[in-house]
Design a protein around this ligand. Structure first.
Ligand SMILES: Nc1ccn([C@@H]2O[C@H](COP(=O)(O)OP(=O)(O)OP(=O)(O)O)[C@@H](O)[C@H]2O)c(=O)n1
Ligand SMILES: C[C@](O)(CO)[C@H](O)COP(=O)(O)O
Length: 236
């Protein structure tokens, strides 16, 4: 079984909009989270979906699921204080319904342009290797600075990638990774692959796409609107 876990438990503080979290912002009349959910709902290899949501937005989410006929959602899960806690809440919520070898495809609700190809590649890689990250090669040189004032390192760009989601895992592995992190008091990781690496397990890479960017700040919204508008125009 392949399960999409869509994370919508964040408040979007870096967006700077106070009335709603960024995943509920409308883009041409449809909230960002719906774009993401539709792609998972329509994917033939995704069996069920769990959505992790801010408690106070759960009713709005339920209305959207009905309105847009998102039918594969089986679990509605309360968000945690951190991304890591939100993922763990999902692991606990679905645990009685899944087997160790089932695949969790964990995705940020605020990456609405994820493609079916990326999801398919995640599933086949996680089935084969147990843990998979979606990445794109870094096209910029990355500068490491420990103090934000001077350069401490210029890592070799050919070894650097930008991490995206989905990140996909066999259920047993990601559950063990989270439990081990909690036992060692690591509670605020922004990346599930890091927790699997901490176990000494390998994480395979699949190629993402520049378009699968994360909506973080206001400029990302402008970009998303432009891309969706262009896409629609080109389809006409
Ligand atoms: N407690 C949290 C924090 C984040 N997320 C989710 O994790 C994804 C990536 O996180 P990020 O972009 O950092 O979202 P926010 O935490 O909402 O943003 P910010 O850091 O600006 O507050 C988002 O889909 C977000 O909803 C979550 O489910 N639970
Ligand atoms: C998981 C992630 O989206 C990969 O790019 C990213 O690590 C989330 O980090 P954030 O600090 O929650 O934006």
């Amino acid at each position: 079984m392949n399960i999409g876990i869509i994370l919508a438990g964040g408040i979007g503080s870096r967006m700077g909009i106070v009335d709603k979290p960024k995943q509920f912002i409308d883009i041409y009349g449809k909230p960002i989270i719906v774009y993401t959910l539709e792609t998972f709902d329509n994917h033939p290899e995704i069996d069920y979906i769990g959505v992790v949501c801010l408690d106070e937005w759960m009713d709005d989410l339920k209305i959207l699921l009905r309105k847009y006929e998102i039918n594969k959602v089986k679990w509605l899960i309360k968000g945690g204080m951190s991304r890591q806690e939100s993922v763990y809440n999902a692991i606990i919520a679905i645990s009685k319904d899944v087997n160790d070898d089932d695949i969790l495809v964990i995705h940020d609700s605020v990456r609405p342009l994820v493609s079916h190809k990326i999801i398919s590649n995640n599933i086949s890689s996680a089935k084969q290797f147990g843990a998979t990250d979606t990445v794109i090669p870094s096209t910029d040189t990355i500068i490491k600075s420990l103090d934000g004032l001077q350069i401490h390192e210029v890592p070799n760009r050919s070894e650097l990638y930008i991490g995206q989601t989905p990140q996909s895992f066999k259920f047993e592995l990601i559950k063990r990774a989270h439990e081990t992190a909690i036992e060692s008091n690591k509670l605020n990781s922004t990346d599930d692959c890091q927790l699997v690496l901490d176990l000494g397990e390998k994480v395979k890479l699949v190629m993402g796409d520049k378009l699968n960017f994360k909506i973080t700040s206001f400029d990302d919204l402008l970009l998303l609107k432009a891309i969706i508008k262009l896409g629609k125009t080109e389809m006409v």
